[in-house]
Write a protein that binds this ligand. Structure first.
Ligand SMILES: [Zn+2]
Length: 135
């Protein structure tokens, strides 16, 4: 019997993703660092009406939830299409590199876990500022 491996979804920084050579990489930030030309995944960009939602804002989570609702159909469609390993990248370095926990990668990870429990989701933001939604 053939063993099927779960597709891995890495949520990491542009720089760390460089080590994942055979994995398709996408940018989920509003812009990319110099010298990076990843395919952009606008459904996960924290940009609403041309305005960047800053993660250090107290209301970020509310803004994000509102934004995600407007993109729900496109998000579901894309997430359901994941068949191979992918990496979703933004600027924030992981908690082990920085003491950072306000990165929207964590929120994207919650969405993915909810929509595709069959995926192997590996987000490198530890103790995210926003608790995991229940149920
Ligand atoms: Zn980030």
């Amino acid at each position: 019997m053939k063993k099927t491996k779960k597709p891995i979804v890495w949520l990491t920084s542009y720089w760390k993703a460089k080590g994942l050579e055979k994995t398709k990489q996408y940018s989920i930030a509003s812009k990319q660092p110099k010298d990076f030309t990843l395919e952009e995944l606008s459904i996960f960009m924290p940009v609403a009406g041309g305005r960047i939602l800053m993660t250090n804002r107290e209301e970020f989570k509310e803004d994000w939830d509102r934004l995600i609702k407007t993109r729900a159909r496109d998000i579901v469609e894309w997430v359901e299409s994941i068949k191979k390993d992918v990496a979703l990248c933004c600027w924030c370095k992981s908690a082990t590199e920085h003491k950072l926990n306000r990165c929207h990668r964590a929120l994207v990870a919650y969405l993915l876990e909810d929509l595709r429990p069959d995926l192997d989701i590996r987000c490198d933001i530890e103790n995210p500022a926003w608790p995991k939604p229940k149920g």
